[in-house]
Write a protein of this length. Structure first.
Length: 452
């Protein structure tokens, strides 16, 4: 792409302007140079004898780290729109522009302050086991979207920190990203025997941490928390998750809790998180054979409980069908409880002190959600039930096209209640094709393609 030339006019005309900005970019021009992943140098034409459109000014303030122009007239215009003078420089010719781009790309890059209204809260059983996909997802959220990160876990968090630093140096050299904290699990965690009890402790501990991080936010209705299990093998695109989190915070969706559509294995679109999922009005999709109480209750739609006639592939497809509009838009599917490995929660709901992941967990109302293995209800069901009691109008939903892939051993997959060979109905074949449309990375791992 040719680098633009200088304006032949000394004053009175607005010349072409070159900007260094983050992707996604807001100018229509092709990049003149790249400055690392998530960053590029681009240009736009401001026009002659005209002021900057208000919308363009807003977009530039959100996206541009540095702007160059070929005359002082333009940089004075920048200042009149309250741009930082240190970010508005004059370059007299093409050679000077090339040197300016090189110096900024190779040196520390100016970035926006962290996004104060979005926090990513992750859990990892052992720090050294974080998947490459989760590491990439975390780094991109921090550096591209300026989202504050807080990860609670056990094992070798020092190894995880080194992995993260290496990733940052390789992919985002010189960028000043949003803060990330690796926090050791509480001491009492190791003394707890049952799996669900341990997870409840971690999630309540994490909840208290996030309350401290967001304590300065004046209106928590406009803030969101992204909850992520960091051992996931596949995650949605960071752009999609950040946009959904922003939309929830801005009130565009009417949703308070939005869950991912998690698949058991990368090769099959079988819905994973049955233990956390309760459909409306009150159908627990967990198989009857896996429940402590092995009979369906009157309010349940037995045709939607995972079993011999309705397996996890069918449930995955059911969410796809329920969310598909005739115009092709995929909409959230309302439920009573869900998680899926990644969920986006309105901060005012998440931090409501009237509910925790252990509130009334031993109550009769939660007894029907208990499983065989632990004799307890899933912590997400407990928390969602509590939120439903204090706020009957709370909106909980699964986003059918926000996919996650769970990391499971071959033995677990074989033992799990999955589809039989060829059992998927003809109507599910398109779903099978979509879910298998994965990107193979250089290291052999695979991640979901954006939008698939």
């Amino acid at each position: 792409v040719p680098v633009l030339g200088a304006s032949p006019f000394q004053t009175g005309f607005q010349a072409d302007v070159v900007i260094q900005q983050r992707i996604p970019v807001h100018s229509a021009a092709h990049p003149t140079s790249y400055c690392g992943s998530g960053c590029r140098v681009s240009r736009f034409f401001t026009g002659e004898f005209g002021s900057f459109p208000e919308k363009l000014v807003t977009l530039l303030k959100q996206s541009a780290d540095m702007m160059w122009a070929f005359s002082e007239y333009d940089t004075e215009s920048f200042k009149s729109y309250s741009f930082d003078p240190a970010q508005s420089l004059v370059v007299p010719d093409i050679d000077a522009l090339a040197k300016a781009i090189k110096s900024v790309v190779q040196g520390p890059m100016r970035r926006q302050v962290p996004n104060e209204n979005v926090v990513l809260a992750g859990l990892i059983r052992r720090g050294e086991e974080m998947s490459p996909q989760a590491l990439e997802f975390t780094a991109s959220m921090s550096c591209i979207h300026n989202v504050r990160i807080s990860i609670v876990g056990g094992g070798r968090l020092d190894i995880l920190n080194n992995m993260y630093e290496t990733k940052m140096q390789e992919k985002y050299p010189g960028l000043q990203c949003a803060p990330i904290d690796f926090v050791s699990e509480p001491a009492e965690f190791a003394l707890v025997e049952h799996r669900v009890d341990r997870i409840e402790i971690l999630r309540n501990f994490q909840k208290a941490r996030i309350e401290g991080i967001l304590g300065h936010v004046s209106n928590l209705d406009h803030a969101t928390v992204i909850l992520v299990d960091m051992d996931l093998e596949g995650l949605p695109s960071v752009d999609k998750v950040n946009q959904l989190a922003t939309d929830i915070g801005n009130g565009r969706t009417g949703i308070d809790i939005l869950c991912s559509n998690g698949m058991v294995d990368r090769n099959y679109p079988a819905y994973y998180d049955t233990f956390a999922t309760v459909l409306l009005p009150d159908t627990f999709v967990q198989p009857l054979v896996s429940r402590q109480i092995k009979e369906a209750w009157p309010d349940e739609n037995q045709s939607l409980i995972v079993g011999d006639n309705f397996n996890q592939v069918d449930l995955f497809g059911w969410f796809q069908d329920q969310g598909q509009r005739s115009d092709g838009v995929v909409i959230p599917v309302p439920v009573r409880s869900c998680f899926g490995g990644l969920s986006i929660v309105r901060a005012s709901k998440f931090l409501d002190r009237r509910c925790s992941y252990t509130t009334d967990k031993d109550s009769i109302s939660n007894a029907k959600y208990r499983d065989n293995e632990d004799g307890q209800a899933c912590e997400h069901v407990v928390w969602n039930n509590c939120m439903k009691r204090i706020d009957p109008d709370i909106s909980v939903a699964v986003q059918p096209d926000m996919y996650t892939i769970w990391k499971r051993s071959e033995e677990e997959i074989e033992d799990y209640v999955l589809l039989e060979e060829g059992k998927a109905a003809e109507g599910r074949r398109e779903t099978l094709e979509i879910a298998s449309n994965l990107k193979t990375n250089a290291d052999g791992s695979r991640t979901l393609l954006d939008g698939n």
